[in-house]
Write a protein that binds this ligand. Sequence first.
Ligand code: SOE
Length: 388
Amino acid sequence: MTAPMLGIAMVGHAFMGAAHSQAWRVAHRFFDLPVRPVMAVLCGRDPARAQAAAERLGWAEAVSDWKSVLDRDDVQVVDICTPGDTHAEIAVAALAAGKHVLCEKPLANSVAEAEAMAEAAERAAQRGVRAMVGFSYRRVPALSLARDLVAQGRLGRIHHVRAVYLQDWIVDPAAPLSWRLDKEKAGSGALGDIGAHIVDATQFILGDTISEVSGTLETFVTERPLASSHSGLSGTASSDETGPVTVDDAALFLARFSGGALGSFEATRFANGRKNALRIEVNGSAGSLAFDFEDMNVLHYFDGTEDSAVAGFRRIVVTEPNHPYVAAWWPAGHVLGYEHAFTHQAVDFVRAVAEGTDPTPSFADGLQVQRVLAAVEASALSRSWHQV
Ligand code: SOE
């Protein structure tokens, strides 16, 4: 007997839209789900581009007005894959219309918007309508395992965390302006786009929250050529017309966690040769963990209780059937990729909706990250520590 359907409407169809489409296409084919996601409609402002994307990504229909899906009976979920300046409007309207919402990260472009979204999600939850923010790295098996090991006390008391997220796609000053370099669209630069990921991932792994930060931001290239077309992360440069970069290129900050751990964070798009190097190291009284997304199926674990004669970082290949999520895919050693975390995200979202529970990370979790980002910006301006 086929499972009940869950109609999805996705707003936005660029990089995240492609990653989410992959997840909606395969989730029920690899995981046992109580309801089956149906890729009902893709929403995109340009009708021709939206239609082409719907055909390419596997959506039944394309529309140019996202509001048109809010009163459709064949849509139960709105999946927001747009730049941050539209997250709040779409999410609040969708939740009010009784649609479950999955919203890409960061939750919003400001704390005020994130607060409105979290309040809307809290009200909606009382009506059984669910909301999740898409910090997908939580669902990389190795990082899920890291959280489990910390929660089991395998590292003892956590002393400090160091996290970097290093990319280099705009180190070339000739790389054109894209929405991620426009504060109006993106809210911030490396801080919110990739810094948000390491804030959420470290809070997730520790099961703790950042309470105080001291940071600094820098924009290395302040003028760039205008993009003539959309392609990849930064598009293709047009002629010699230029425009201003209005966001940070790099964000560095120190943090204190509520539980007492210290943290050091760096998010930059100017680390030559680092393509998507989300790296986290956790050091505790009884051991340490280390992870690098560019080797995403591996978690390095140092057991501080081992005899020093044989102690050392052990390289755990996180592909055993008893590791998080892995059993649904391939035999041990047949590794996973970037797109699998989005499928895990879709699976956990669908299961929560079907079971009537609140998926995580919640909009309240997304608001917490937004507050950390805002505190870093305030700290950079005042050149002092700021409470989150
Ligand atoms: C660009 O920095 C980007 O696409 C981010 O926006 C994503 O959230 C991250 O997963 C990969 O890099």
